[in-house]
Design a protein around this ligand. Structure first.
Ligand code: ZN
Length: 501
C-alpha cells in the first residue's frame, strides 16, 4: 500500500505544470540530524515551550489559578508550584517516556542540564537535613495529585490551544507556507495495553464487557492486517511535505477513516491552516486508497487542493500488480468522442496510442481548484476533460456528461484529474509521501514513543494530550532550527570576504 513507484528517469525530465507546487528537499525541520539542532536537547525543548509567549498566555494562567485553588490560609506554600509540576510532565512527554517514574529517574540522575533548566537543582526539603539525590525533584505521588487537580479535560483543552497557537506561529513563516502546499494525509494507530470493547458486528453488542479496561478505545480484528488491527486509537493527520503536523484528530481505532478525513479537511484544515496561507496558490494532497472517496476529493477542491489519491493500490503484492495491470489495459468510451478513451485509472488514451496529455490545473476566482486533463494527437484530434463534468455509466462502462450545476448529480471526480496512477508527477508526490513517512512517523515511533508499540493510555483524552504535546515539541524544535538557520545565513551574508593568504 505504501510503496512508492520507482522513478527510473532523471527528475529533470519531469515536466511540471506551472501551478503545481514543486517538491523541495523535503527535509524534516525538527529532525535530530539537522546540523542546526546539534545539542538541542529534550530539556531545552521543554524549557523553550515553558518560556514561550504562547505558554505564558495560554497555560500559565490556568496553572496559576490551580495554585490559588489549592492555597489554604495559614498553611505553608506548597513545595512546588503547579507550573513546576506540569513542567516535569511536559518534559516526560517531550522525552517520549511512558511514565513519570522514568522521567523522575532521568531528572534525579541528571545532575546537569535538564534538572537545572527545569529548576529542580535545589533541594526543597525544609525539614530533613540529609539531602538525597531525588530531593528537589517532585515525587510520583505529588505529580499524581497535581494531575488529579488539573483534570484531564482541562489539561487537554490547554494543550490543544497551545498546539494550535504554536502552529499558527510556525505557519507565519513563508518556508512552512510553501512546504504546506504539498500535503500528506495518513492514519496511524496508537495502540494501548488496555482492552477496548469488542463489538459483535451482527448484534452491535459488546462481547467482552467484563474485560474492558479502555472503554473509549476501538478494536479492529487481526483480519484487517497488522497495520490496522489491535486495541486503541487512530491518529489521522494532514502533514506538510516536510513532516510538520498541520491538522489532526485522534479517534477510536475502528472509526471510519474516510468520514474522519472529510471533517479533518472541512473543519480542521480550513480553520487552522488555510487562513494562515498567504496568496492563492494551488496545493496537492497525497493519500492512499483508503481515502478514495468523492466527498474527500470535493472538500479538497473547495479549499484549492487537488488530490493525488488513486483507486488502485500501488502495493507490491501480486494481487495489487495484477489489478493495476488490468486497469491500465481497460478501455472505457467517452461520450461524444470516437478517438479518445480512458483506462480504468481514468487516464486518457487515444485510438492510435501516440497522443499525449497535458495537465490543466489552477484556481478559480473563489480559490477553488480547477482540474482538467487535455489530450492531443495529430491523428486522433484533441479532447478536454473537466473534472466534475463526468460520471461513469454502466453496461457497458462509459463516460457520460452531467450538468455540474445539478446538485443531484454525482460526478466521478477522478475523471479529468491528471494526477493519475501512472502519471510521473503524481508518482513523484507519492514518492515524497513515502519519504516523509519516515521523517514524521519515524519521529513519532522512535523519538516520541507515541505510535507502534503499545502505550499505557487508558482514555482517548490521554492519547490526545500526548499527541498535542508531541506536536508542540515538533513545532518548537522546527522553529528553533529555522531561526538558527536564518541566523547562520545572515552571518554568512555579512561576513567580509576571506583575505587571500
Ligand atoms: Zn492518436
Amino acid at each position: 500500500m505504501r510503496t512508492a513507484q520507482p522513478i527510473g528517469q532523471a527528475k529533470s525530465r519531469l515536466r511540471w505544470n506551472g501551478n503545481l507546487p514543486k517538491p523541495g528537499s523535503g527535509e524534516v525541520p525538527y529532525a535530530k540530524s539537522r546540523p542546526e539542532l546539534k545539542g538541542f536537547s529534550e530539556a531545552q525543548i521543554a524549557r523553550q515551550i515553558l518560556d514561550s509567549k504562547a505558554w505564558k498566555e495560554i497555560v500559565k494562567p490556568v496553572l496559576d489559578q490551580l495554585d490559588k485553588e489549592r492555597a489554604r490560609p495559614g498553611k505553608e506554600k506548597p513545595l512546588y508550584s503547579s507550573e513546576e509540576l506540569e513542567s516535569v510532565l511536559l518534559y516526560q512527554r517531550v522525552c517520549g517516556m511512558g511514565s513519570y517514574k522514568r522521567a523522575r529517574n532521568a531528572l534525579a540522575g541528571d545532575r546537569g542540564e535538564a534538572r537545572q533548566l527545569l529548576g529542580f537543582d535545589k533541594p526543597r526539603n525544609r525539614n530533613r537535613r540529609v539531602v538525597k539525590l531525588r530531593d528537589g525533584v517532585p515525587s510520583e505521588a505529588t505529580v499524581s495529585r497535581h494531575r488529579a487537580r488539573f483534570g484531564e479535560r482541562r489539561r487537554l483543552e490547554v494543550y490543544l490551544a497551545l498546539e494550535q497557537r504554536l502552529l499558527a506561529e510556525h505557519l507565519a513563516l513563508p518556508e512552512l507556507q510553501e512546504e504546506a502546499r504539498i500535503l500528506n494525509l495518513d492514519g496511524t494507530k496508537i495502540q494501548t495495553h488496555y482492552t477496548a470493547p469488542i463489538i459483535d458486528p451482527k448484534t452491535g453488542r459488546t462481547i467482552n464487557d467484563a474485560r474492558v479496561t479502555a472503554p473509549d478505545a476501538g478494536y479492529v480484528p487481526q483480519s484487517a492486517g497488522p497495520d490496522k488491527s489491535g486495541h486503541g486509537w487512530n491518529l489521522v493527520s494532514i502533514t506538510s511535505t516536510t513532516g510538520v503536523p498541520l491538522a489532526w484528530r485522534v479517534v477510536p481505532l475502528h472509526a471510519s477513516e474516510r468520514e474522519l478525513a472529510i471533517e479533518l479537511i472541512r473543519d480542521d484544515y480550513a480553520n487552522r491552516v488555510k487562513p494562515h496561507l498567504k496568496g492563492d496558490k494551488l496545493s496537492v494532497l497525497s493519500a492512499d486508497g483508503a481515502f478514495a472517496k468523492q466527498e474527500v476529493r470535493a472538500e479538497l477542491r473547495r479549499l484549492g487542493i487537488v488530490e493525488n489519491i488513486h483507486l488502485v493500490s500501488h502495493g507490491d503484492t501480486a494481487q495489487s500488480k495484477a489489478n493495476a495491470t488490468k486497469n491500465t489495459a481497460k478501455r472505457i468510451r467517452i461520450q461524444g468522442s470516437k478517438t479518445w478513451f480512458t483506462n480504468g485509472h481514468r487516464e486518457l488514451i487515444c485510438a492510435c496510442g501516440a497522443g499525449t496529455t497535458i495537465k490543466r490545473l489552477g484556481l478559480d476566482r473563489n480559490g477553488k481548484a480547477v482540474v482538467r486533463s487535455e489530450g492531443t494527437c495529430k491523428k486522433c484530434g484533441s479532447i478536454t476533460i473537466t473534472s466534475g463534468d463526468w460520471r461513469k455509466a454502466q453496461h457497458p462502462d462509459s463516460w457520460v456528461r452531467i450538468n455540474p450545476q445539478n446538485p443531484n448529480e454525482k460526478p466521478d471526480l477522478l475523471m479529468g484529474n491528471p494526477l493519475t496512477f501512472n502519471d510521473r508527477i503524481a508518482a513523484e508526490y507519492g514518492r515524497r509521501r513515502f519519504g516523509h513517512h519516515e521523517g514524521f512517523h519515524g519521529a513519532l515511533v522512535s523519538r516520541f514513543g507515541l505510535i507502534k508499540d503499545k502505550r499505557w493510555f487508558r482514555r482517548l483524552d490521554e492519547a490526545k494530550i500526548a499527541t498535542a504535546i508531541t506536536f508542540c515539541a515538533m513545532h518548537v524544535a522546527a522553529l528553533e532550527q529555522r531561526r538558527r538557520r536564518a541566523e547562520a545565513d545572515a552571518d554568512q551574508a555579512q561576513a567580509p570576504p576571506a583575505l587571500a593568504a
